[in-house]
Structure formats: C-alpha cells, structure tokens
Design a protein around this ligand. Structure first.
Ligand code: FAD
Length: 158
C-alpha cells in the first residue's frame, strides 16, 4: 500500500471543514483542519490532529487553548486562506472573541477549548480539548470530499 492509496481512501470520508485558531503573545494564528471529532459528552471533549511540521503545533502547546471554527459554505476562501492555498495575501479574515479567545466571524459553530491532553501518534499530534464555550450561527456547512470542496445539495434547517 502506498501513500497515494492511503490518501485517496481517506479522501472518500466526506467531512466538514474547520479552522483552528489560537492566540499566543498577542498574535492570532489560524490553520485549516478537517481532522476533528467529538470525543465525550461528560465531560465535553473534542479532538483535533495536527501534523508535526505545522506552525500551529507549538502555538497550541504554548497557549494551552484553541478554538474550533466549523465553516459555512460561504467560507471556502477562509478555508483556503488558512490552508495557505490563497494567492491573494490581502484577503482579510474577520475574527471576534468568545470566552476571550479568537474565533472566526460567521462560522457555523465557534467552539473554545482548554488543552486537556496531547498524544503524539506517528507524524501527527492529537490535541484533546475541554470545551469551555460554544456559539452557533445559521447556515449550511462547507464540505470536503475526494480532495475537493463541496456543498450539500439542499438547504438544511438548523
Ligand atoms: P501556515 O502555513 O503558516 O499558516 C496557514 C495559512 O494561514 C497561511 O497562509 C497564513 O498566512 C494564514 N494565517 C495564519 N494566521 C493568520 C491570521 N491571523 N490572519 C490571516 N491569515 C493567517 N493539516 C493538519 O495538520 N491537520 C488537519 O486536520 C488538516 N486538515 C486540512 C483540511 C483541508 C480541507 C485542507 C485544505 C488542509 C488541511 N490541513 C491539515 C493542512 C493545513 O491546513 C496546512 O498545511 C496549513 O498551511 C498548516 O498551517 P501552519 O500552522 O503550518 O501555518
């Protein structure tokens, strides 16, 4: 089995798209991620997976907090911005604050977390976040499937 086959198989799993944000030394850093899932209801825990060479990795280790922003289908450019895929570096992203943490304006869900645990697994680190606050907004999700952005075909009521 080669890397391409593994990547192709993983790309068959349709996901939403998030931007992880954190603030350290007064600077906000964002990174697009789809390796996100809910872990536990009591206590409320989530997990994200960050590759070993991402600039985001040491920033979360230092700040000990991060937010997960679930993007709407109007925010494809935001995803591209935080994945380093946007040529137009002047594209501005609006942040706001929730629980004193930076979150992406108009994201479908803004979820703030305290770092609860981290586990190095292969070339990624799993960060477990204890959820401290949540804010919800209306809209439909941005999707990622087969290595491409997509949208659901019909409007879904919240
Ligand atoms: P950089 O590459 O330096 O930053 C990312 C981009 O965000 C840069 O263009 C930077 O200019 C911009 N940026 C950062 N902060 C700000 C700010 N405050 N204001 C404006 N712009 C800012 N990688 C993973 O490790 N795990 C995943 O689950 C994952 N899922 C992905 C899902 C999708 C759909 C895509 C497209 C990519 C995914 N990636 C994932 C890859 C990851 O998003 C990129 O490799 C990313 O560039 C790594 O970010 P970085 O922290 O190394 O920082």
């Amino acid at each position: 089995m080669d890397d391409r086959q593994f990547r192709t198989a993983m790309g068959k799993f349709a996901t939403g798209v998030t931007v992880i944000t954190t603030e350290h030394d007064g600077e906000v850093h964002g990174m697009t991620a789809n390796a996100f899932m809910s872990v536990s209801l009591d206590p409320k825990l989530i997990v994200i997976s960050i590759k070993e060479n991402a600039r985001m990795l040491p920033k979360i280790q230092e700040s000990k907090t991060f937010s997960v922003n679930i993007l709407s289908d109007q925010q494809e450019k935001v995803s591209m911005r935080f994945a380093g895929q946007l040529k137009d570096e002047s594209y501005e992203v609006a942040f706001e604050k929730l629980d004193n943490q930076p979150v992406i304006k108009d994201a479908l869900a803004q979820i703030t977390c305290e770092l609860a645990a981290e586990h190095v697994e292969g070339d990624h680190t799993l960060f477990i976040g204890r959820v401290t606050d949540i804010n919800l907004n209306e809209g439909n999700p941005l999707l990622f499937f087969n290595g491409r952005y997509s949208q659901i075909a019909q409007t879904v009521e919240a």
